[in-house]
Design a binder for this molecule. Structure first.
Ligand SMILES: [Mn+2]
Length: 266
């Protein structure tokens, strides 16, 4: 499927793991996406701003500002914008229950579809045993991940010069590593269990940078993915059905937008 050239309107949009403030953030791709996608409700499902790393090396180019402006503008123009913080922007958890610039901050929330189905919207780190019980390991994993992303940037710089399309090292590595697959499977099951415990039909989360729209143990498990590698989002159409948008893939299949970006970034 090709990327659209006309703006699309949805009932709801779900985005997570944008990691503004880091080099890995694909802000340019996200800006194109936000230009072409609007919704009545926009859920920011955590790790939007990366507070862990903002403390050490600040990386905040104009494009990151533009993403924030674009989201606030959607709120100003009448969209309901809900921010559900994650572990990388947990500093916002202190502001749960408040509003800023028209954005509501909530710890987790329920989304009701056009068809009346209820979905738990939560980042998901609350159910990640590593983040909860071994913070040092989470920080180390974070460092390893960033290193992999940096290698990815270099590899793709070379591939681009040679005329090859974008290729994701860490996405590939994650899928190859058996432990990572087990980790993903466990995470999905835990989140599905939580949705069942709360008596809802599905869950919409992020955190593990692995987009999904599937049934897990009788629960509709949806993961929004991320904007550092795969550039994915979840949208609810006006008829209440969901769509997983793989923006990087859509741009790769013959749309000039992404080419323009990659040249600008290089
Ligand atoms: Mn997270």
């Amino acid at each position: 499927m090709n990327a659209p050239t006309e703006p699309r309107h949805y009932r709801a949009l779900f985005l997570s793991d944008i990691h503004l403030g880091t080099r890995g953030c694909q802000a340019g791709m996200l800006l194109d996406f936000l230009r072409l996608h609007d919704a009545e409700t926009v859920y920011l499902v955590g790790d939007i701003v990366d507070g862990w790393r903002l403390r050490k090396n600040w990386h905040w180019p104009q494009e990151h500002n533009d993403v924030v402006q674009k989201l606030l503008r959607k709120a100003r123009k009448g969209a309901r914008v809900v921010y559900v913080p994650g572990n990388h922007d947990e500093f916002l958890r202190e502001y749960v229950g408040t509003h800023f610039g028209g954005v509501e901050v909530m710890d987790s929330c329920l989304h009701e579809t056009a068809g009346g189905e209820k979905y738990l919207v939560i980042h998901g780190d609350q159910f990640d045993v590593v983040v909860r019980h071994a913070r040092w390991l989470a920080y180390f994993g974070d460092w390893a991940y960033v290193t992999a992303l940096n290698v990815n940037t270099v590899v793709n710089g070379i591939r681009r010069k040679l005329g090859f399309p974008y290729w994701s090292l860490s996405a590939w590595a994650k899928l190859k590593v058996k432990n990572a697959v087990n980790f993903i499977g466990r995470f999905e099951e835990t989140l599905a269990d939580e949705a069942r415990r709360r008596g809802v039909s599905g869950v919409i989360c992020g955190h593990i940078h692995h987009a999904a729209d599937q049934e897990t143990n009788g629960i509709h498990y949806i993961n929004t993915g991320d904007w550092v590698e795969s550039c994915t989002a979840i949208a609810e159409r006006h008829d209440g059905t969901f769509e997983l948008i793989r923006w990087a893939d859509m741009c790769r299949t013959g749309v000039p937008l992404q080419i323009a970006h990659h040249q600008a970034v290089a």
